[in-house]
Design a protein around this ligand. Structure first.
Ligand code: ATP
Ligand code: MG
Length: 418
């Protein structure tokens, strides 16, 4: 993509009305645009990062053996009534009424909807276990929507639901889902602690939250750095300095985290009220046992920015970066520089390498370098009158200090072998 053609205008300064770093940097670098608190547009660079995050999540959910589907955001009141959550979630559910008096909710989650669908699909033990997931827009009237992408009122979630005959089958799937989640976060360069937590709104049992350490988070976690044992402050009486109850070696520390994912054993909480049942081999009926598994897509984008930046801007891990290479043509854009830069750009693109090409004319080298650091693409390649003279290009990793001079062949080898 040529930067001169992109729907992009980086801002000179961080926005003054934002507190969270992800909101400041993503706005200034033009990845997102705030429509109102907790509601954002994704501009082209942000859209590509989000698509990469989604792709990693999809790959791991597919590998888990789950199939993707898509449920609606607009729900009738009737689907929320049997479980008591039309009342129970009234603080966070946006509600509407049409001119005939019918009431609707904008979905904050989809247990009721997926259980309703399952009544048309699951009848017998032979129909179990099953799991499905979606990546879909949720709506929640969040009172504290001021941390950029970390807490939206309209946000994208991957939500997966599993259906089982009994707890044993649920437990087996739950453990595999936990492993899949670990892979997802690791692939994005995040260290996520598997944290014991309460069932929250959804279940009375314990659940597991995937917590990433950052001062921008809203959760307090008791963590053992020795073995990674972690408990949400809300469910534990353990204090900082206590011996870790798991490894008995480390000491617990209190730390601030953001929850990027959450897995729940739901039991029959959502199946029993709507008679989602299956017949066992003897023909006896039982309620279906369910699990639910969430990952915050936008929250992940924001979290990556919170944990991976320096004083110049964002440092995207390669797996989610909007482009792999930021090609900068710097200095006076002479016909010769233009020709050489265009040729390199075309060659890189032809090799399947994702390139953002800063071909802007009348923009100083300093400004181009600053923009590149702010945007945070992993590899910067510079071409100028000077590099052409040497028959080489300048190559630098976003978090590296030193530039390397490389030939075109070395450059192509480097990127095609990564
Ligand atoms: P929190 O405790 O942070 O409010 P939650 O426990 O209500 O989150 P879940 O209902 O478990 O969240 O949703 C699953 C995942 O969706 C969360 O782990 C989080 O990553 C993401 N998520 C939840 N609420 C939001 C939000 N308002 N904005 C962005 N992502 C969210
Ligand atoms: Mg949660």
């Amino acid at each position: 993509m040529k930067q001169s053609q992109l729907f992009l205008k980086t801002q000179k300064d961080f926005p003054k009305d934002e507190v969270a770093y992800n909101a400041k940097a993503l706005t200034r670098a033009n990845f997102i645009d705030k429509l109102m608190a907790g509601v954002h547009s994704y501009l082209p660079l942000g859209f590509r990062v989000r698509a990469n995050v989604e792709r990693i999540v999809r790959e791991e959910m597919n590998a888990l053996g789950s199939a993707e589907m898509l449920m609606p955001a607009l729900h009738p009141k009737s689907v929320w009534e049997p479980t008591g959550r039309w009342e129970g979630l009234k603080k966070i559910m946006y509600r509407l009424q049409d001119d005939t008096g019918h009431e609707y909710g904008l979905g904050p989650t989809h247990e009721e909807i997926v259980a309703d669908i399952a009544r048309h699909i699951i009848f017998s033990y032979e129909d179990l276990p099953r799991s499905v997931y979606q990546i879909q827009t949720k709506f929640r009237n969040e009172p504290r929507a001021k941390s950029g992408l970390l807490r939206g009122r309209e946000f994208s979630m991957k939500d997966l639901y599993s259906f089982h005959t009994d707890d044993e089958s649920l437990n087996e799937f739950y453990e595999r889902a936990k492993e899949a989640y670990k892979k997802v976060f690791k692939r994005m360069g995040l260290v996520a602690y598997v944290t014991e937590a309460s069932g929250g709104d959804f279940s009375k049992q314990f659940s597991h939250e995937f917590m990433v350490e950052t001062s921008a988070g809203e959760d307090e976690v008791m963590l053992c750095r020795e073995c990674g044992f972690a408990q949400n402050r809300e469910i534990t009486t353990a204090k900082a300095g206590d011996e870790c109850p798991s490894c008995k070696k480390g000491k617990l520390v209190s730390t601030t985290c953001v929850e990027v994912g959450n897995i729940f054993k739901l039991g029959t909480k959502f199946s029993a009220p709507i008679a989602l049942k299956y017949k066992d081999a003897k023909g006896e009926e039982h309620p279906v046992v369910m699990g639910s598994y969430g990952i915050g897509i936008d929250r992940l984008v924001g979290t990556i920015v919170e944990v991976s930046h320096d004083d110049k801007g964002i440092i995207w891990p390669e797996s989610v970066a909007p482009y792999k290479v930021h090609l900068l043509a710097v200095g006076a854009i002479t016909p010769d520089l233009k020709k050489n830069a265009e040729e390199l750009y075309t060659t890189l693109v032809a090799k399947g390498i994702e390139v953002l090409f800063d071909d802007r004319e009348g923009v100083s080298a300093g400004e181009k370098f600053n923009d590149a650091d702010l945007i945070g693409i992993p590899w910067r390649v510079v071409i100028s009158g000077k590099t052409i003279e040497k028959g080489k290009f300048e190559l630098k990793g976003r978090s590296e200090k030193e530039v390397k001079m490389v030939t075109e062949k070395e450059l192509l080898d480097f990127f095609t072998k990564r």
